[in-house]
Design a protein. Sequence first.
Length: 155
Amino acid sequence: MNQTVHSAQKSEKECKMTNTEISDAMMKAFNEADWDTWRSFMAPDVTMQDFASGDFIEGVDAVMGYVMGWKSSFSNMIGTLENRIESGNTLVEECSWTGTNDGELPMPDGSKIPATGKSITIKNVLIFEMENGKCKSAKNYRDAMSMGAQLGLMG
């Protein structure tokens, strides 16, 4: 009986993912629109801050809405990790994102811009705070000016 308990504990320990493995799985889940998997890596009280839009979002349901909104506006959007720095439970990641704007684009004031049909490639930096195998907070520093210019929205 003790041997069975020891084996179960060993299996749980072996299955524990590192913060970088979790982040890699989150990117893969986003790229594949696998929302159940993406959600499984979020703490229930996760927060997301988007500095370009000014959004501060609290709770897993609201954060899921934010993330899924990107796929609604750019259904083929794919993220690629370019660089990562890890320090304790903090991940700082530089990413690039490519996709075609084939859905409405919500604006910070609540208005929506119709799909432009134009493709974009933008960069951002994400800062994740991880806790107990879950994302506790995310800060998104994205290049909104470049995105607006590529979509033809800048004067």
